[in-house]
Design a protein around this ligand. Structure first.
Ligand SMILES: O=C(O)CCC(=O)C(=O)O
Ligand SMILES: [Fe+2]
Length: 389
């Protein structure tokens, strides 16, 4: 099936990040659709259709945050993201002995710090090559107990609150569009559709994530910083500035070939087989992707695509990579089961794990020796091409 309107136009030369080496034209890229936030907010039917298509076919798209209203959600998110990049740099610059005080794995929590190499990227138990710091939405909004927080991060709680509110609102814009398109059961629709399962004021696993990966050796052939995975929750909002994020394209979707074939594909070629293609970071955009919960709710109509983070391509591999994520997840008590008509989750029963159980198993499994097999998500549906079951 051709996907001509997936072809991402090459961004104009101004579309690069100042002070960072440019994303090279020598690697294949993923054909993410670019959706306009402004048009979505205006309920533009054509844009809504493209967004729905992106959610079903790849589960990843760019969201152009340009907003004519400077006080609108797009501008607010961009300003907050800018500041959060500085905040995370300050935190990650601390000594490891200080940072590990905020690793709460032993208490059964995935919030707080995860040190370099403290997670696994494959079933062989290969260590990851990045650090995380996870901030709980419930902690910041006062819905749960306040977790211990490093002194360099604590003063920025108003910034986290602002970012959480805007990122969550974006996710609700996407879920409300999906609710109108999916054949949700009358009961689910009457109860408020998908948005009602993601109430900002209900306890959930929503979180901000800061990520840092040091410069990588492209030639080591296994430059995988974050192993292949699908996201656990519903909608992810991602800001990154250096390449390195790769999606594994479904068999029917071709990558955009390198613009500069003469530049020669370098050491990255070993990282581009089996459908893997780089996602080119774009200024003033975020990347939106869907997670496992939406695959379960839609019984496979929506796609939670496999992705990973490898060494940034070309000169970018020499630079430290930071990224900022917001994971929107269903409320803790929500059961992950089909919510569409004729689906297998129409009963009132207790079938289906809760969102809380699902996230805990997946998040902590990737931090345990031998935990890979037990920490899987909806990868099989994704690898089958996202065909409806
Ligand atoms: O750093 C990135 O670009 C992606 C991070 C990611 O996929 C994740 O944290 O789940
Ligand atoms: Fe992810």
């Amino acid at each position: 099936m051709p996907h001509s309107d997936h072809a991402s136009p090459s961004p104009p030369p101004s579309e690069t990040f100042a002070d960072l080496p440019p994303f090279p034209a020598t690697v294949p890229t993923a054909p993410l659709l670019c959706i306009s936030l402004q048009k979505l907010l205006a309920r533009d039917p054509g844009e809504e259709e493209r967004c729905w298509k992106a959610c079903c076919e790849l589960g990843f798209f760019y969201l152009d945050l340009h907003d004519e209203n400077a006080d609108g959600i797009g501008g607010s998110l961009l300003r907050d993201a800018e500041q959060l990049f500085e905040v995370m740099k300050e935190f990650f610059g601390l000594e490891v002995e200080e940072k590990v005080k905020y690793d709460f794995k032993e208490q059964g929590s995935y919030f707080g710090y995860k040190g370099y190499g403290e997670g696994v990227v494959d079933r062989m138990g290969t260590r990851d090559k990045n650090e995380f710091y996870n901030i709980s939405k419930d902690d910041i909004l006062g819905l749960s107990e306040k977790l211990p927080c490093p002194p360099v991060l604590d003063p920025h709680r108003p910034l986290y609150t602002s970012y959480i509110r805007s990122a969550h609102a974006l996710c609700m814009l996407v879920t409300s569009l999906l609710s109108t398109r999916l054949a949700l059961t009358p009961r689910v629709r009457d109860a408020g559709g998908l948005q009602a399962l993601h109430n900002l004021d209900a306890r959930s696993g929503d979180q901000i994530r800061f990520v840092k990966a040091p410069p990588q050796d492209l030639d080591d052939g296994k430059a995988v910083a974050l192993g292949e995975h699908t996201d656990f929750g519903s909608v992810t909002v991602l800001f990154n500035r250096l390449g390195g994020l790769q999606v594994r394209l479904p068999a029917h979707m071709a990558a955009v070939p390198p613009g500069d074939v003469d530049g020669g594909v370098g050491a990255e070629s070993g990282l581009c087989g089996h459908g893997w293609a780089y996602v080119r970071p774009l200024p003033r955009h975020c990347i939106i992707n869907l997670g496992d919960a939406l695959v379960k709710f839609s019984e496979g109509t929506l796609r939670s695509n496999i992705h990973r983070v490898v060494a940034p391509p070309g000169e970018q591999a020499k630079v430290t990579r930071y990224s900022l994520v917001y994971f929107c997840r269903p409320g803790d008590a929500v059961r992950l089961r089909s919510l569409v008509e004729g689906g297998d989750g129409e009963g009132e029963g207790e079938e289906g794990v809760t969102a809380k159980e699902w996230i805990l198993r997946r998040a902590l499994g990737r931090r345990t020796e031998g935990g890979w097999e037990k920490s899987g998500g909806t990868e099989e549906v994704s690898l089958r091409g996202g065909v409806k079951r």
